[in-house]
Design a binder for this molecule. Sequence first.
Ligand SMILES: Nc1ncnc2c1ncn2[C@@H]1O[C@H](COP(=O)(O)OP(=O)(O)OP(=O)(O)O)[C@@H](O)[C@H]1O
Length: 612
Amino acid sequence: MPNNAPFQRAADAPPLPTGIVKFIVYCLAGFRGWIFLMMLLETGQAACSILVPYAIKAIMDGVTHLSGATVLESLRGPLLLLAGLNVAEILFSRGSGAVLIIMGPRLRQRTTKALYAYLQYHAPRYFGSHFAGALAHRISETAMSVNHTTWSVLCDFWPILVTFAVSIGLLFNVHQGLGLLVAGWVFAYVSLSYWLATRCQPYAQGYAATRSLVNGKIVDAVTNILNAKLFARLHFEREFLDGFLETEVQAGRRTFWYMERVRWFQFTAAAMLKVGTVYYALTLWDSGLIGVGDFTMSIGLALLIISDARNLTRRFLEFFEYVGNVANGVETIVQPHEIVDVPGALPLEISQGRIEFRNVCFSYEPGQPVFDGLNVVIEPGQRVGLVGFSGSGKSTFVSLMLRNYQLQSGRILIDGMDIQQVLLDSLHEQVSLIPQDPSLFHRSLKENIGYGRLAADDTAIEAAARMAHADEFIKVMPEGYDSLVGERGVKLSGGQRQRIAIARVMLKDAPILILDEATSSLDSVTERTIQENLDRAMGRKTVIAIAHRLSTIAHLDRILVFDQGRIVEDGGHDQLLAQQGVYYRLWTMQAGGFLPEREESNPLNGSASNKD
Ligand SMILES: Nc1ncnc2c1ncn2[C@@H]1O[C@H](COP(=O)(O)OP(=O)(O)OP(=O)(O)O)[C@@H](O)[C@H]1O
């Protein structure tokens, strides 16, 4: 059954750089023009604020050398300069604000899209070891931090650099000694601020970690609030949280005390520069080396430098935090994809639906093989049931068919094509799975069913729902097919969720169908009627059904009995019963339709000698 859909190769997902700087540069690609404009505007704004003391110097010089005309007439030039500088500063600053508004949300969007697209191509193993909520939070935090890092550089550090450089230049122009004094102070101050920020970083990180821990504890407690209520443990939960909140308080205090010490340094250093500049400039004036205008400008520039420098430690700290967030995001999300399409991979073409496991070796963890040279062929159109104890390898068998994991060795072939060599999307388009506990999108029922075939119209969706016996409960819901199902489908019962999952797969109509306890949550009457429809829907498809209740697979063409990763029996229901082996014992032992736990009672023990 050829599929003409335009499959995307997993390898086509945008590759992302793993280095922090490279990653930020990648996110900023396409914004070069805006960044350049922003730097120009910030430079303009910094230049205006530096030139204000210069205008005041001109006014002071004008006042001290009045040339007979009125004060306003002789100071017209400097006054116009002062007014012009203030107007220009406003324009530059708001221009920069406008660029930030235009560029900020777009930059965030670009980072979010890139990380989300990359995340999508991770294998199930990755999602099994990361919390969904934590990943979503990571993406959002990383995107936000890329923005903040950019603003820190463009709107904090860059203008400060310009201010420092130009102010020191002007001061050198006034008097070399004055220039040297302020340059020395700036160098020492920036170096010390940087050093203090690095020393403060562990405190800040510790505080952030305790905040995040408290957050996690609250999320866990809220998720389990019904448990807490059922066990009458609300008070216990509050006390449990108190301990973590106390840790947060201690960590917060440690950080703030350290910051307070840093402020002592800043205030003292600022006062020293102010007093030092005033004193030194006065000395120079007294010696006739500088005029009153230069004196006033020097004090003005020193104050400007101090006001910019005052928050430098905090800015460094914030900068480290943003960079740290970006690093965390990149480290968590931009890991190599475990499953990628090989170069030149072709779409899977299923004409018959023959499945072959050839010498398949697979282990989740090194040294603990689940399958060690498994061989089995499932013929086209065959309906096969998989049975066996918990942990015997049934789910792993179907997971490998869906290529959720890489094989260590061996091959899985569908109609002769090695599934490791085909486009992953094309495999998933043609193999359907109805899981035991299906989860649904928090979207309408119509959208959830239509997910099986995006082009399906309402009539097709409703027909699939009728086949899965979902139509009857959907129709009585207040909003019918437009009803929302809640997160993961929590507003539906387990059986209703399962019927939606069945309808969605019926709509998909793929040539290979996998049922993993697909009707386990249904009552026996509904199960029987759905089973009939499922049997009809199976048509000529190849079907693999996992079951713990043997009655649900007894009518299938063939049954494979798994034990510890091996197929120990293979045949039809009657044939296996007649063999009086493992399946026979499982069938006769099944009380209430379920298999016993392997540990309590092991019917395979009797057949161990047959296998060895
Ligand atoms: N994600 C995983 N990571 C590590 N080991 C796993 C993982 N999934 C399954 N296993 C291990 O692989 C073995 C086979 O498990 P599998 O889930 O395939 O058994 P099963 O027959 O489907 O069991 P059940 O009937 O309980 O679903 C078990 O030992 C199990 O502990």
